[in-house]
Design a protein around this ligand. Structure first.
Ligand SMILES: Cc1cc2nc3c(=O)[nH]c(=O)nc-3n(C[C@H](O)[C@H](O)[C@H](O)COP(=O)(O)O)c2cc1C
Length: 183
C-alpha cells in the first residue's frame, strides 16, 4: 500500500482529464476527506458545491482571465466556500479542506488541481468570485476561495525529484541567512 510520503512525492496538479466520470463512491470518499479536514476551533466554516454540468463547468472556466481552463475539461468541480462570519480562520480552513480533497483524489488514482478564485478577475475585470457565486447560486456573504477540479488523468507527470527540494527554507534552532555557515 502506498505510504503518505509516496503519495506526496507522486502528487502533481493535473489539468487534463478524460471524459470518464468520477464514480459516486470516489466522490463520496473525496468529500469525506474534505469534511475530515481540521479547522480552527473546529468551526468547520466551509461549504462545498459539487458541479458536473458541462454548461456550468464551461461558464466557470471563464471566471478569470487565465488559469481556469481545467474547469471546462474536468468531470467534477468542487467550489470551496466559507462564511467569514463563522470563523476568523476561514481562509486557512478552506485551504486545508481543498488540500485534503486533492490528496484524497490523488490517492484514488484521480487527478486534481486547485483553481484560485478569490482575488482573481475575469478578462472584462469582473470579480471571479461574483461569477462563480452567480453560476452556482452561492449566497453573497460566502467567500469562494477556489475550485478544485477532479477527473481521470489524461496526462502523465513525473514524481517530484526530492533531491531538488528547497532545504535552505528550513531553519534549525535559529534563522540562518545564506552564507552564514561561511562565517
Ligand atoms: C493557492 C493556489 C492557487 C492555485 N491556483 C491555480 C490556478 O488558478 N490554476 C491552475 O492551473 N493551478 C493553480 N494552482 C496549482 C499550482 O500552479 C501548482 O500547485 C504549482 O504549480 C505546483 O505544481 P504541482 O501542484 O504539480 O506540484 C494553485 C495552487 C495553489 C496552492
Amino acid at each position: 500500500m502506498e505510504t503518505l510520503h509516496e503519495l506526496l512525492v507522486r502528487r502533481h496538479s493535473i489539468r487534463r482529464y478524460t471524459d470518464e466520470a468520477v464514480s459516486a463512491e470516489d466522490v463520496k470518499t473525496i468529500m469525506e476527506a474534505a469534511l475530515l479536514a481540521p479547522s480552527s476551533k473546529s468551526a468547520r466554516p466551509w461549504q462545498f458545491v459539487l458541479v458536473d454540468d458541462k454548461a456550468d463547468l464551461a461558464r466557470l472556466s471563464e471566471c478569470k482571465a487565465a488559469g481556469a481552463r481545467p474547469i471546462a475539461a474536468c468531470s467534477l468541480a468542487v467550489a470551496v466556500c466559507a462564511s467569514p462570519a463563522k470563523s476568523d480562520m476561514y481562509l486557512e480552513d478552506m485551504a486545508i479542506a481543498a488540500a485534503y480533497m486533492q490528496l484524497q483524489a490523488t490517492a484514488l488514482g484521480l487527478g486534481a488541481c486547485w483553481i484560485q478564485v478569490r482575488g482573481r478577475f475575469a478578462a472584462d475585470g469582473e470579480d471571479a468570485e461574483n461569477i462563480v457565486r452567480d453560476v452556482l447560486g452561492i449566497p453573497d456573504d460566502m467567500v469562494v476561495e477556489c475550485i478544485v477540479t477532479i477527473g481521470h488523468p489524461d496526462e502523465n507527470r513525473r514524481p517530484v525529484d526530492t533531491a531538488k527540494l528547497l532545504w535552505e527554507k528550513v531553519h534549525v534552532e535559529k534563522w540562518h541567512n545564506p552564507g552564514d555557515e561561511a562565517n
